[in-house]
Design a protein around this ligand. Structure first.
Ligand code: PNS
Length: 167
């Protein structure tokens, strides 16, 4: 069985992430979204439990039941490769939106391979219609009362609007 981990902050998940998940299910038997508990970039806007819950909601909303049944969502702390080992995953999935993503993704892929040669990274080019998207921009737009309904699933948009204005 081919198992892949798709690690990320998912703060919050966007249509760009969901598109990558869907395409990964065409390649792998099981796809585990690993939701990083403490992203180093900044304090997450949404607590881990809420990020996990919203991903579950979005998967239930968007994917047919047979595909959703092959997707897991789990929080993780520590190294991605350790999480892969624990889950017996031999692939890491990541999305590439633009050339600007490439440098850091290349570095991560090489580092992860050095740490765990049995785990390889597979990249999906983010769908063109979502390639402008980022979780940070979504949060900023929502914080200023903008419409994010074309960028994130309804479950996310609801939570963002419940947070109200303000960064
Ligand atoms: O969605 P993001 O924030 O771009 O995801 C980054 C993530 C979670 C993939 C990366 O920060 C990560 O793997 N963190 C876990 C710690 C780790 O393994 N660090 C070494 C990576 S080379």
């Amino acid at each position: 069985m081919k198992i892949a981990v798709y690690p990320g902050s998912f703060d919050p998940i966007t249509y760009g992430h969901l598109d990558v998940v869907l395409r990964a299910t065409a390649l792998f038997d099981r796809v585990i979204l690993g939701v990083l508990v403490n992203p180093h970039k900044s304090m997450p806007a949404f607590p881990t439990a809420e990020r996990v819950e919203v991903i579950h909601d979005a998967i239930g909303e968007f994917f047919p039941a047979d595909i959703a049944a092959r997707i897991d969502v789990e929080p993780f702390d520590g190294l991605t490769v350790d999480f892969c080992r624990q889950r017996e995953a031999t692939f890491i999935v990541r999305g590439l939106r633009a050339i600007s993503d490439f440098e850091s993704e290349l570095q991560m892929a090489h580092t992860n391979r050095k740490l765990a040669p049995q785990v390889d990274t597979v990249f999906f080019m983010t769908a063109l219609e979502h390639s402008y998207l980022s979780s940070s921009l979504v949060k900023e737009i929502a914080a200023f009362g903008g419409d994010v309904s074309q960028m994130v699933p309804a479950a996310v948009a609801r939570r963002l609007s419940a947070r109200g204005r303000g960064l």
